[in-house]
Design a protein around this ligand. Sequence first.
Ligand SMILES: NC(=O)c1ccc[n+]([C@@H]2O[C@H](COP(=O)([O-])OP(=O)(O)OC[C@H]3O[C@@H](n4cnc5c(N)ncnc54)[C@H](O)[C@@H]3O)[C@@H](O)[C@H]2O)c1
Ligand SMILES: [Zn+2]
Length: 359
Amino acid sequence: MQTVSVNLGPRSYSIQIIAHETLGWLTFLKSALGHTRKLFFVSDTHTTTLMQKLRDLSLGAYECNHAIIPAGESSKSMAQFSFLLDELAEFGADRQTGVVAVGGGVIGDLAGFAAAAYNRGLPFIQVPTTLLAMVDSSVGGKVGINHPKGKNLIGAFHQPKAVWIDIGSLVTLPEREYLSGLAEVVKYGVIQDPQFFEFLEQNTAKILKRDAAILRQIVARCCRLKADVVEKDEREETGLRMILNYGHTFAHAFETVSGYGHWLHGEAVAAGMVYASRLAEKKDLIPASITERQIKLLSEFRLPVKAESGWKIPDLIEVMKRDKKAQAGRLRFILPVKLGEVRALDDVTEQQVAEVLAP
Ligand SMILES: NC(=O)c1ccc[n+]([C@@H]2O[C@H](COP(=O)([O-])OP(=O)(O)OC[C@H]3O[C@@H](n4cnc5c(N)ncnc54)[C@H](O)[C@@H]3O)[C@@H](O)[C@H]2O)c1
Ligand SMILES: [Zn+2]
C-alpha cells in the first residue's frame, strides 16, 4: 500500500493507493470516518459492480444504502443533485453519515457536492475509478455540477476525509478514457517534474499495457504533485493553482467549438499543451525540443497533438477571450519556461495565438 498525505491543517487527509486488494477497506473507513455508523454509496451505471463490492465489504460494520446515477457528463445536473439529496433524506442521513463516491470525475463531483450541501456537510470518501479521477478530480476538494450557462458553475470546496484508489479498477476502463487520463499525467511532468516526464518517456510500453506497478507509481506521483499545489492554494486564491490549467485555455476552446463530447477532455488537453508550448517557443521561453518531446510522448499515448482542420481560428480565439482564466478579455496562458516549470502570462496577443494555431 502507498499513501500520499494531503496537508491542509484540520482538513488534512490521506490517499491510499493499492492494486487489486480490498483487505484494508474497513480499517481505512474506520480511520477516515471515526464513529460513523451509516454509509451512503454513489456510483454510475458503469461502476456499480465496483461500488457493490465495497458496499458488501462494509455491511458488517455499517448500515449501508446506495444510489446509481446514469453514466455521463449530463448527470452533473441539478436534477441528479436533487435526487441524491432526496435519497439521503429518505435514508435518514445525519451529520455522521459518510458519502462514498465510486466512479469517475462525474460521480466524484456530483456526490461530493451533495455531501457538501446536505446538512451543511457530510463526511465524504472518494473512490476514483478512472485514471483522470485518480490523478486529478479526486484530489483538491473541488466538487460541483454544471449549469446550462457553464460547466462546473455551481459548486463548493469540500475536502474528502480520505481517498481510496484501487489501480485494479482501471482494468475495465475503456481504452479511450484511459488514454485521455494520460494527458493529465503528462501535464504534471511538464508543469512540475522533469524527472517524472522522463520516467513516462522511458516506460510508455508498460504504461500502455496498464502495468499495475508502474501505474501505482504514476498515480502516487501525480497525487503528490497535485497535493503540493493544493496545499499552497487550497481555494484558488493565490493564483498558484492556476498552473494546473496548462493546456486548458486551448483545450476549453477545442471542446467548446467542436461541441462537448466530440473530444474527451484529456484529448483536448493533449493538443492544448502542444499549442501552449508553441506559444512559449514564440515568446522565446523554451527551445522547440521541449515541444517536440511532448508531441512524441502524447503521440505514443495515441492522443491528438493538433486541432482539427475544420475549426475556425477566430471562433477558437473568441472562446479563449471568454474563458474564466482570461482577465477583462485579455488572454491568459500558462506557458512552460523549461521542462518542469510554468508561468502565467497575460501579454500574449491574439495575433500570436492565431499564428500558432495556423496549420
Ligand atoms: N473536481 C475537480 O477538481 C475536477 C478536475 C478535473 C475534472 N473534473 C471533472 O471530472 C469529470 C470527468 O471525469 P472522468 O473523465 O472520470 O469522466 P466520467 O466520470 O464520466 O467517467 C468516464 C467514463 O468511464 C466510465 N467509468 C468510470 N470508471 C470506470 C471503470 N473503472 N471501468 C469502466 N468504466 C468506467 C464512466 O461510467 C464514464 O462512462 C468532468 O465532469 C470534469 O469536470 C473535476
Ligand atoms: Zn483537465
